[in-house]
Design a protein around this ligand. Structure first.
Ligand SMILES: *Cc1c(COP(=O)(O)O)cnc(C)c1O
Length: 391
């Protein structure tokens, strides 16, 4: 029987036509398709500025730089994330630390954040930036996080890699609570450009810094020149930037994918509802649907993660995982805690520091969820999972 992956892209004829059109246009990069994609993305997320980059990791790097991360400062993020959420701080020479998760939402815990901030204030070690991660597409509890940011003076940089088109309290992610937000267009995410990312911000000056940092720190704007104009070839480098540009080929695919986003969300919503129903009587924990007390969210359902709590009659997670892979079901684990990676242990982190994230990681199992997953395939996943859970 066919292998069912945990996630995969959806490419249709319109996507193919968009890529074909850009390939035969005059511009493969630095052309009009990039700003067109940026405008469509900004409009969809209700935010003033969007800056396209070659991947979300690059976006996190330049967003940290643009928000002022550097040596002598600390950036906090969630241990339950992809390593890029923490690596971006280290790229800037800043230190990194983690805030444990709320086991209900698997997102950074607001109470753990508040407690850690109190201690950090006493120690004179407050973070410069906090990077909450909207795990699986469910928003973090952003309103109390924003209140803490205003009280303690740190910036919020959302890692919204999972959360294209998601919302919190009726507001699109990327628009209202954060200083900047980063989205990923890797093929397993909600929409794809192959590789690709986007940084959104309501702040025009920050958006301009991001544009410069993604392209070598070079400006060609006459109004920004520091030296006299020597001719039409004249450009100036003002900061140490990078080549983190998105191509027009990627951007054209991205714009075409964004036109399909309502359809993607509708299928993911429906499949998640169906999993909730079909898994209701099985001995596992299903994903939460609310970010915190009194808050609401619309998840983008990047992942559907169940937790296998082994016990009487229930197999352990490793066994369930192995049985499902054997049966051709492409389950995965998101994530082993970042601070337990060998590289991060080398920086001084140790097991036991973030117990909620560590316990969660021993139980987590991402089961297939993607736009082309049919009811019949989903039924097969559920049947195999039901069997695999038996001790
Ligand atoms: C995918 C992902 C990234 C990195 O995205 P790329 O576009 O592959 O660089 C960062 N953070 C999280 C949470 C992710 O899931």
């Amino acid at each position: 029987m066919d292998f069912i992956p945990y996630a995969t892209q959806s490419i249709n004829e319109d996507d193919l036509a968009a890529v074909r059109e850009v390939l035969t246009s005059g511009w493969l990069t630095q052309g009009p398709a990039v700003p067109r994609f940026e405008q469509a993305f900004a409009a969809l997320h209700g935010v003033a500025h969007a800056v396209a980059v070659c991947n979300a990791t690059a976006g996190l790097h330049i967003a940290c730089l643009a928000l002022g991360a550097g040596p002598g400062q600390t950036v906090w993020t969630s241990p339950n994330s992809f390593v890029a959420s923490a690596n971006c701080a280290l790229y800037c020479g800043a230190g990194v630390d983690f805030v444990d998760i709320d086991p209900a939402t698997r997102n950074m815990s607001v109470s753990a954040l508040a407690a850690k901030l109190e201690q950090a204030e006493r120690d004179g070690q407050l973070p410069a930036i906090v990077i909450p991660v909207h795990f699986a597409g469910l928003a973090c509890d952003l309103a109390p996080m924003r209140a803490l940011a205003d009280r303690y003076g740190f910036k919020i940089l959302e890692d919204a890699s999972h959360a294209v088109g998601a919302s919190y309290n009726g507001q699109p992610i990327g628009s209202r609570y954060a200083d900047a937000s980063v989205f990923s267009f890797h093929p397993v995410k909600i929409v794809t450009t192959g590789e690709g990312g986007m940084v959104t911000t309501p702040d025009a000056a920050l958006a301009r810094r991001l544009q410069l940092l993604r392209s070598h720190g070079i400006t060609r704007e006459p109004g920004e020149m520091q030296h006299p104009d020597t001719g039409a070839w004249h450009y100036e480098q003002h900061s140490l930037g990078f080549n983190y540009r998105m191509t027009d080929i990627q951007a054209a695919l991205g714009t075409s994918q964004l036109r399909r986003i309502d359809g993607f969300h509708a299928v993911r919503d429906r499949l998640a509802d169906r999993y909730d129903l079909l898994l209701g009587s099985l001995p596992l924990r299903r994903p939460a649907r609310v970010p915190g007390p009194g808050a609401t969210a619309r998840s983008s359902w990047h992942l559907y993660v169940v937790e296998v709590v082994s016990g009487r009659g229930v197999a352990d997670r490793a066994t369930v995982f192995a049985r499902l892979r054997e049966a051709g079901i492409g389950v995965n684990v998101h994530y082993e805690p970042i601070p337990l990676q060998p590289y991060y242990r080398g920086l001084g982190f140790w097991p036991g520091q973030f117990p909620a994230a560590e316990t969660y990681a021993t139980q987590a199992l991402s089961i297939p969820l993607y736009p082309a997953l049919t009811d019949a395939l989903q039924d097969r996943v559920v049947a195999e999972l039901t069997q695999a859970l038996r001790a």
